[in-house]
Design a binder for this molecule. Structure first.
Ligand SMILES: [Fe+2]
Ligand SMILES: [Fe+2]
Length: 243
C-alpha cells in the first residue's frame, strides 16, 4: 500500500466529526488506562531512576487522556442533535495501545520497557499520520501535535533505559516484544473476523435455511384436516393422571 492510500484511509476515518469524537473519547480511555498501569509499574520497579521516569510517563498519559476527552466532548457538543451515526472502525485508528492489558507485576522492567518502546513508537507513527490529515480541524490537530511530542519522548526514553539495564539483551527483548504484539494483533483480527463470519453464517441461515422449514410447515399444515378428529381408542382413556 502506498503512503497516499494510507493517507486516504486516515482522511476517510477522521473526516466525520461524530466518528472523530468517538475515536478521541476512546483514545482518552486508553491513555488513562495506560497511565494507571504506569503508576503500578513505578510501584513495583526497584530502580529509582526508572520509577521517576514511569511516574512522569504516567502523568503524561493522564494529560493526554484529558486532552483527548476535552476535544472529543467539544466535538460532540458542536454536533447537530441528529447527526448521522458513524460506523465503528477501531482497527483503522488504534491510537496508543498502552500496555495492552499486560500484567505489569508479571513482566519485569526489561520486558516492560521493550513492550512500551514498541507501543510508543507505533503510537507516534499513528499520531503523525493523524496530524497530517487533520488540517481541516485545527484544534484536534493541535491536540495530536502536543501528544505526539510526548510520545516521541516516551519512545526514546524506554529504549535508552532498556539499553542501560540490559545492554546485551536489548535487541532480543525488543524482538520478543514485537512477536507478542504481533500475536495480540493476530488475535484481535481473528476475533473481528470471527464476528464478521458469524454474522454472515447466521444471516445465511436466516435467509436460506429457515424459509425451507417454513415452507415445509406450511405444506404440512395444508395436509391437516380442519376441526376435531377422533383419536385412537388406546389414547382415549379417562384423564386420571397428569401425563
Ligand atoms: Fe499517550
Ligand atoms: Fe505514551
Amino acid at each position: 500500500m502506498t503512503p497516499s492510500v494510507f493517507s486516504l484511509v486516515h482522511w476517510l476515518v477522521w473526516r466525520d466529526p461524530r466518528r472523530r469524537a468517538e475515536n478521541l473519547l476512546r483514545f482518552a480511555e486508553v491513555e488513562a488506562d495506560g497511565g494507571r498501569d504506569l503508576v503500578r509499574a513505578a510501584e513495583v520497579t526497584t530502580d529509582p531512576n526508572l520509577r521517576k521516569l514511569f511516574l512522569k510517563h504516567a502523568l503524561d498519559e493522564q494529560r493526554h487522556a484529558d486532552l483527548f476527552r476535552g476535544r472529543g466532548l467539544a466535538l460532540i457538543r458542536a454536533l447537530p442533535r441528529e447527526g448521522a451515526a458513524g460506523i465503528q472502525a477501531d482497527w483503522m485508528t488504534p491510537g496508543e495501545r498502552g500496555l495492552d492489558d499486560l500484567r505489569v507485576e508479571d513482566e519485569g522492567d526489561e520486558k516492560l520497557l521493550a513492550f512500551l518502546h514498541l507501543s510508543e513508537k507505533s503510537a507516534a507513527k499513528d499520531f503523525a499520520n493523524y496530524v497530517a490529515v487533520l488540517g481541516a480541524d485545527r484544534p484536534t490537530q493541535e491536540v495530536f501535535e502536543k501528544v505526539l511530542h510526548d510520545e516521541t519522548f516516551h519512545m526514546t526514553y524506554t529504549k535508552k533505559e532498556l539499553e542501560r539495564m540490559a545492554p546485551r539483551r536489548a535487541g532480543w527483548r525488543i524482538w520478543s516484544a514485537r512477536l507478542r504484539r504481533f500475536w495480540k494483533a493476530y488475535l484481535r483480527l481473528a476475533s473481528a473476523l470471527a464476528g464478521v463470519f458469524g454474522f454472515i453464517v447466521l444471516t445465511a441461515q436466516y435467509l436460506l435455511v429457515l424459509p425451507v422449514f417454513a415452507w415445509q410447515a406450511k405444506r404440512a399444515e395444508r395436509r391437516e384436516g380442519v376441526g376435531w378428529r377422533p383419536i385412537a381408542p388406546e389414547r382415549n382413556g379417562s384423564a386420571d393422571r397428569q401425563y
